[in-house]
Design a protein around this ligand. Structure first.
Ligand code: FES
Length: 183
């Protein structure tokens, strides 16, 4: 007289496993369909990356301040030099420099106060300090690499320590008085 258990079929362990596996597989396929294009968007190909530009709003960087941002997935430093820092850079004879370049050569369009360099130490690639609030700018007042002690001056030229060359200056143009496009 017992009524047949209504869940008999589903409680069959093989059938239940099949339902579970089918559900997981369906979610997996659906999930991949949604997630893969997103992952692709987040990982542009090398070609796309090589063409990427970065726009920087200079109005947000006070005189004497530097910011750390990024360009083609690498750290980028943008610094608004004070008149004293410009004078300090200009006062160094090129013959004293390991990688001789004047501040005028390292900046563009006669705007010597805007120093834009990659934030990658030319020794072994650490990110130097000096672009963040209160960070150690080292003995030459520019940037200081904490990895092995390379010190850069206010034109981001190497002055002391193992780094062989100045911080790299990427291509950039001023698209307005307050905007620069890097790349
Ligand atoms: Fe900067 Fe070595 S990586 S001093």
């Amino acid at each position: 007289e017992d009524p047949a258990p209504y869940h008999e079929e589903v409680s069959d362990p093989r059938r239940r496993d099949f339902i579970n596996i089918a559900a997981v597989a369906w979610i997996g396929v659906g999930g991949a369909a949604v997630v893969l294009p997103l992952i692709n968007q987040m990982n542009p190909s090398a070609d796309v990356l090589a063409q990427a530009t970065t726009e920087i709003d200079l109005s947000k960087i006070a005189v004497g301040q530097a910011i750390k941002t990024s360009f083609r997935k690498q750290p980028l430093f943008v610094r608004n030099l004070t008149p004293a820092e410009i004078a300090a850079a200009d006062a160094v004879p090129l013959s004293e420099l390991r990688d001789p370049q004047s501040l005028a050569e390292r900046t563009k369009e006669g705007k010597k106060n805007w120093l834009i360099t990659m934030g990658v130490c030319t020794h072994l690639g650490c990110v130097p300090l000096g672009a963040g609030e209160g960070e150690n700018r080292g003995p030459f007042g520019g940037y200081f690499c904490p990895c092995h002690g390379s010190a850069y001056d206010t034109a981001a030229r190497i002055r002391k320590g193992p780094a062989p060359t100045n911080l790299h200056v990427p291509d950039y143009t001023f698209s307005s008085d307050t905007t620069v496009t890097v790349g």
